[in-house]
Ligand binder design. Structure first.
Ligand code: GDP
Length: 497
């Protein structure tokens, strides 16, 4: 999917005019109270909820953020939560998430739909000139939304017949064919030209959704699976706009009125008009900055096919933010999102010697995605980080050798070499190293989409959130992290200069 294809058919003129007006209005109010809209996305379980919770907690509680310049130089007077500007969007449940993380030491509930919160920072400008003119106040509207929904945007440029064709092409890839088999078999018994029938539509939609969900499963860890609401329905569960599926054997011909083909096509159109477009118009088109979280470790562990799939997803995601030239919409975009951070999360599963390798892998992935997405104009950076650091480092002597280990409390039920953990005991784990030859990861991915993954490079157990230290006065210290400050500096540092 290339950006320029998107651009030609993304929205109608009326949509564009509305977006232009919204944007102008947004900018006008921005003059009085400077605000920045920060989008946080990533596929499910990538770490969005944990990232936002940790970011806000560290700012509000003055956490250790040496690479975040404004904080380091003591220019931040205070950071606090305010009412968000959009009344119709659910609020990000920050307090619940922090209570889970800090008090109960359990991971918070993951993102299932869009949510938002406003964090306001009062600061002193670094330059005397700016100090005279600026109020030294910045409101950051943090918008959390599932990456699955973003991956739907390319569908705006595809007809139902094209969508169907691509879905069947993807489904027979070696890494997917076994998972898609029963849906394909069911589809094989269907005559698209027969009279429309609700039960057939439902059976097909359910079988198709089951296949998509299976792809997402841990061992397979695949990423590109539109339509996104089949995995993350939000409040649309069971609605007709979600009761469709690709149909086999469609050429470019038109559907016979009254046929199953016509019915599915109409629902696909409804999905585009009533689900994808409003989401794009009301949320994506208004963003200033964006962080895309990826679970590169899981993909690495699942093997080359999962890496190739993650790269395809990253390409499509980046293409969404820059839908090509020659379109009012894209012009708006090019002035809006000016910084994108691609962040590999959960780096605390690795010893620090591997952090730079992880970052290098993400850089390669992002560079290739940028090149493929025909993408220019925004600054893109990458980071390997842990929004919440659940482990610390140590060494273990084994004979004459000293091995670097990570130490943490594995979640109850996690296992390594047959040992099952109870969720209470701290354990030292030798996590393994990422390959120092980064190319190897991608060459394998290029070679072919293999089915059986090679030996996973990293031993992966999930840990409980860390126990927070308290000071003598009983104040809880902020959440530990890895390079969260670097992410913050790139995303908002310049706005606090
Ligand atoms: P979301 O679906 O993108 O909102 O994902 P979450 O933020 O809920 O994260 C999913 C899971 O990944 C969590 O339940 C944690 O188990 C794990 N996780 C996320 N971020 C971190 C991190 O920084 N460190 C560690 N150790 N685990 C993390």
């Amino acid at each position: 999917m290339r950006g320029h294809i998107l651009a030609t058919s993304l929205t109608t003129f009326a949509d564009e005019a509305r977006i232009a007006l919204d944007t102008l209005a947004g900018r006008a109010t921005g003059l009085f109270s400077p605000s920045l809209r920060l989008g946080v996305t990533g596929l499910s379980r990538a770490g969005k909820t944990v990232f936002i919770s940790a970011l806000v907690h560290n700012l509000v509680h003055g956490g250790r953020l040496p690479l975040f310049e404004a904080q380091k130089s003591g220019r931040i007077a205070r950071a606090f939560l305010e009412q968000q500007p959009d009344d119709a969007v659910p609020r990000f449940q920050y307090e619940d998430h922090i209570a889970a993380l800090v008090d109960d030491r359990i991971w918070p509930d993951s993102t299932r739909a869009i949510s938002e919160m406003r964090l306001t920072v009062e600061y002193e400008s670094a330059s005397g000139w700016n100090r005279m003119f600026s109020a030294g106040k910045l409101s950051i509207d943090i918008v959390d939304y599932p990456g699955e929904w973003l991956l739907d945007l390319p569908l705006l440029g595809k007809s139902f017949n094209e969508f169907s064709r691509e879905a069947f092409e993807m489904a027979v890839l070696p890494v997917r064919s076994d998972l898609s088999q029963s849906w394909r078999e069911l589809s094989g018994t269907i005559d698209a030209n027969a009279d429309a029938d609700e039960m057939t539509a439902r059976r097909l939609a359910e079988s198709f959704a089951l296949y998509l969900k299976a792809c997402k499963h841990d061992e397979r860890a695949l990423s590109t699976l539109p339509p996104g609401r089949f995995l993350m329905p939000g409040d649309l569960e069971g609605s007709p706009a979600l009761t469709f599926a690709p149909l086999p054997g469609l050429g470019d011909g038109r559907a016979r009125p009254g046929s199953l083909h016509a019915m599915m096509e109409r629902r696909y159109e409804a999905y585009r008009t009533h689900v994808i477009k409003p989401f794009f118009r009301e949320h994506i088109a208004r963003l200033d900055r964006q962080i895309v979280l990826i679970d590169a470790l899981q993909a690495l562990n699942s093997g080359p096919a999962a890496m190739a799939d993650l790269e395809r997803a990253a390409t499509e995601i980046l293409a969404c933010f820059r839908p090509g030239r020659g379109n009012v919409l894209s012009d708006l975009f090019s002035r809006r999102i000016d910084r994108i951070l691609v962040a590999a999360t959960k780096a605390d599963h690795l010893h620090h010697e591997s952090h730079d390798r992880l970052q290098a892998i993400v850089r390669r992935l992002a560079d290739r995605a940028i090149a493929r997405a025909n993408f220019t104009g925004a600054a893109v950076d990458v980071v390997a980080m842990a929004a919440v650091r659940a482990t610390r480092e140590g060494t273990v002597k084994q004979g004459k050798e000293t091995l670097p280990v990570i130490i943490g409390t594995p979640l109850e039920g996690e296992r390594i070499d047959g040992e099952v953990f109870d969720g209470k005991t701290e354990t030292a784990i030798f996590p393994g190293d990422l390959p120092d030859n980064i190319n190897a990861v991608f060459e394998q991915a290029d070679a072919q989409l293999q089915r059986s993954p090679p030996e996973p490079p990293v031993r992966f157990v999930r840990f409980r959130p860390p126990k927070l230290e308290r000071t003598a006065e009983g104040v809880t210290l902020s959440l530990p992290h890895i390079r969260l400050d670097r992410a913050l500096q790139f995303l908002i540092g310049d706005q606090l200069a």
